[in-house]
Ligand binder design. Structure first.
Ligand SMILES: *Cc1c(COP(=O)(O)O)cnc(C)c1O
Length: 388
């Protein structure tokens, strides 16, 4: 053994160490401590087929994107990470790598509206059938399995109802069914929850949200537990072409470095806001997995490090819900989530409008908060004023 090797390869590094260093060794050409933005489409070859460092064309691979992909794989504990132009591009690549027309997918009956639209308006016309099932009910999931079921698709916590699914239990159902368990880990992020450790086969992210963390970039990712599946996904990533560009990859890498400290604050602020909302007379119900009476509380406590920065609540009426959304000042009225700034929205008319009339329709009196990392006293004051 070379005595200069600084770290035993067997040592499992902690999350923040991986987030800051995995895939991000100082640049070999200059020593730059942060991976540069390789804003380039093609690479000089030393003789025909003589690639330096394996790069030939940036759809296939780009060094800035590689840095992000390695970092994503290591922070989720997977064999292979792949980064895409958006979360939905990642979902589409997964769907079309694993499924053929005639196959079947089980999806949550409460999920991101765009995910439902992808299944209902793109995958189904292409020939992939799907069934929305309440994932909290393991027997219902088992009953929905068909011989041609290829994926059990999980979101936990769900968007926007903050439902919790038991990843380990669903992994067992998927294993028995010969299907893949895919977990959309966007709401929790790898800092709070590591689905591959619980038996999932592939993790899906909208890196637009907590991983990017600053509302300045749209991106998506897939992380596969198994190198074979990773290879097949990488083939489709290149063949279909919806890759993340170098600047987007760089912004996302910059975001992931601080994910742990940001997430600690998101969670702490969310807990204070939940405490206020549960006591407020204008609020009918607060949906947050950290509440002991939340039906998924025990499972969330088991599989998550903390309960996250997303909070939903129900008002007495649709009008009251819309009114709150339009009265906050610090909580900005807008779609998306996971950034340092707090956001508020009305899912029924905004993010989940495309699910109207479907099994995924959301209650009209629902308000969703993405609790940011501002001073919590200011956030509490803003919400209390809007509720009054
Ligand atoms: C936003 C989101 C997506 C879609 O990601 P985009 O980056 O917007 O394409 C998927 N799943 C969840 C849970 C999301 O919140």
């Amino acid at each position: 053994m070379d005595s200069l090797v600084p770290m035993d390869n067997e040592v499992q590094q902690g999350f923040e160490t991986l987030a800051i260093h995995a895939g991000q060794e100082p640049d070999p050409a200059t020593g730059a401590v942060v991976p540069p933005i390789y804003q380039v489409s093609t690479y000089k070859q030393d003789g025909v087929g003589g690639l330096r460092g394996g790069y030939e064309y940036s759809r296939s691979a780009n060094p800035t994107r590689t840095a992000l992909e390695v970092c994503l794989a290591e922070t989720e504990g997977g064999a292979r990470g792949l980064s895409f132009a958006s979360g939905l591009a990642a979902e589409d690549a997964l769907l079309r790598t694993v499924c053929r027309p005639g196959d079947h997918v089980i999806v949550p009956n409460d999920a991101y509206g765009g995910t439902y639209r992808l299944f209902a308006k793109v995958a189904q016309p292409w020939g992939v059938e799907f069934d929305p099932v309440p994932l909290g009910d393991i027997a219902a999931v088992r009953a929905a399995v068909r011989p041609d079921t290829k994926i059990i698709w999980v979101e936990t916590p769900t968007n926007p109802l903050l439902g919790i699914a038991d990843i380990a239990a669903l992994a067992a159902v998927a294993r028995d069914a010969g299907a893949l368990l895919a977990v959309d880990n966007t709401f929790a992020s790898p800092y709070l929850q590591r689905p591959l450790d619980l038996g999932a086969d592939v993790v899906v992210h909208s890196t637009t949200k907590y991983i990017g963390g600053h509302s300045d970039v749209v991106g998506g990712a897939l992380i596969a537990a198994d190198p074979g599946l990773g290879e097949r996904l990488a083939f489709h990533q290149n063949a279909m072409g919806a890759v993340a560009g170098p600047f987007d990859a760089w912004l996302t890498l910059r975001g992931i470095k601080t994910l742990g400290v940001r997430m600690d604050r998101h969670c702490a602020n969310a807990e204070r806001i939940v405490e206020m909302l549960t006591r407020h007379p204008a609020v009918r119900q607060v949906l947050y997995p950290g509440l002991p009476d939340h039906p998924g509380h025990e499972i969330a406590a088991k599989q998550m490090k903390a309960f996250g920065g997303m909070v939903s609540f129900r008002m007495e009426s649709e009008e009251a819900a819309v009114r709150v959304c339009e009265r906050t000042k610090l909580f900005t009225l807008g779609e998306s989530l996971g950034g340092v700034e707090s956001l508020i929205e009305h899912p029924g008319r905004m993010t989940h409008a495309s699910a109207a009339g479907s099994p995924l329709e959301v209650p009209a009196d629902l308000v969703r908060l993405s609790v940011g990392i501002e001073d919590v006293a200011d956030l509490l004051r803003d919400l209390e004023r809007a509720l009054s």
